[in-house]
Design a protein around this ligand. Structure first.
Ligand SMILES: C[S@@+](CC[C@H](N)C(=O)[O-])C[C@H]1O[C@@H](n2cnc3c(N)ncnc32)[C@H](O)[C@@H]1O
Length: 292
């Protein structure tokens, strides 16, 4: 029996785009893509039809309307339709295009030919995992990684999603990445994308779990931590990081709204870390941190 998918189309003001991505991710939507429609954005997102509850969609609409009101823009319009498996597989892929990020990377969908470029080509098929590089929080991490990685660095990627940040770190010259995610689909996606990029399996260790899994996995403290999850989650994880860090371990934290940076900073300070710099795209920020 083939799966049927729900395609949700959301037309919204461009300032709302990142918030919509986050809300859809929280809701469980997969394979999100966005395109410009004049001054507006058309976002498409997909979820197996059997997981969609009409009441939940109404709650999503309500939540997005509140987000829009707080940003002073019009409420987004939501439209829904059903697609069979084959249409779904082809549908979102046609809206996701190669994308240059920072000074070094080109994110290339796995099903497209490899372009001729001097950039580092990161091939991705995120499947159902988060991390196409479309999201600003991921882009901020990639830009921060460019500035941080030196060869031989050993990195921990907490919440690896598609594995985009792990693979980027390895392409930049890191010697090894330990990647963890609580979602088994993300673990599989990271393994698959590692293979797509010809990463040696011994350089990319991927496990299901979170920091507690890393503590038992890493043989020695890591040189860098990348963590692109929500601020609330990051705040809970920070106290555990000392167990995997040495005196000069750095970190790149993203998924943090500018308004939440202060709360993250307070928790960092309480546990022996400080912020060295902050990158920002619209409402999102990325914190570069080191041991205090
Ligand atoms: C926003 S995505 C980031 C994916 C990718 N690293 C990127 O930058 O695009 C966050 C990921 O963190 C995972 N996650 C959420 N809570 C977690 C936790 N407590 N520990 C580890 N992973 C977690 C989610 O399953 C999701 O794949």
């Amino acid at each position: 029996m083939t799966n049927t998918w729900c395609e949700l189309q959301i037309v919204c003001d461009s300032v709302l785009e990142e918030t919509v991505f986050w809300q859809l991710d929280q809701f469980g939507f997969r394979g999100m893509a966005s395109e410009k429609k004049g001054d507006l954005r058309l976002i498409r997102a997909y979820l197996p039809l059997q997981e969609v509850q009409t009441a939940d969609l109404a709650a999503l609409q309500q939540q997005l309307s509140e987000n829009a009101a707080s940003m002073g823009v019009a409420a987004p319009e939501l439209h829904q339709r059903s697609l069979d498996e084959e249409d779904w597989a082809n549908s979102w892929k046609q809206y996701w295009h190669p994308q240059e990020i920072g000074d070094r990377f080109l994110i290339n969908p796995a099903w497209l030919p490899t372009p001729d470029t001097r950039r580092l080509i990161l091939r991705l098929d995120p499947g159902v995992a988060f991390g196409t590089g479309n999201h600003q929080t991921t882009q901020l991490c990639l830009e921060a990684l460019e500035a941080h990685i030196n060869s031989e660095a050993v990195i921990a990627d907490i919440g690896c999603g598609s594995g985009i940040l792990s693979i980027a770190a390895l392409l930049l010259g890191a010697s090894k990445v330990y990647a963890v995610d609580v979602d088994p689909l993300a673990v599989q996606s990271t393994v698959n994308n590692g293979e797509l990029n010809s990463i040696k399996p011994e350089c990319l260790i991927v496990e299901q779990g979170s920091v507690e899994r890393l503590v038992s996995l890493v043989p020695a403290p890591v040189d860098g931590i990348v963590c692109n999850i929500l601020a609330e989650v990051i705040i809970k994880l920070i106290p555990q990081w000392n167990a995997i860090a040495h005196a000069s371990t750095w970190g790149i934290l993203s998924g943090i709204l500018v308004s939440q940076a202060q709360a993250v900073n307070e928790t960092l300070n309480q546990h022996g870390w400080c912020i060295t710099s902050q990158l920002q795209k619209q409402d999102w920020c990325c914190l570069n941190i080191r041991r205090a």
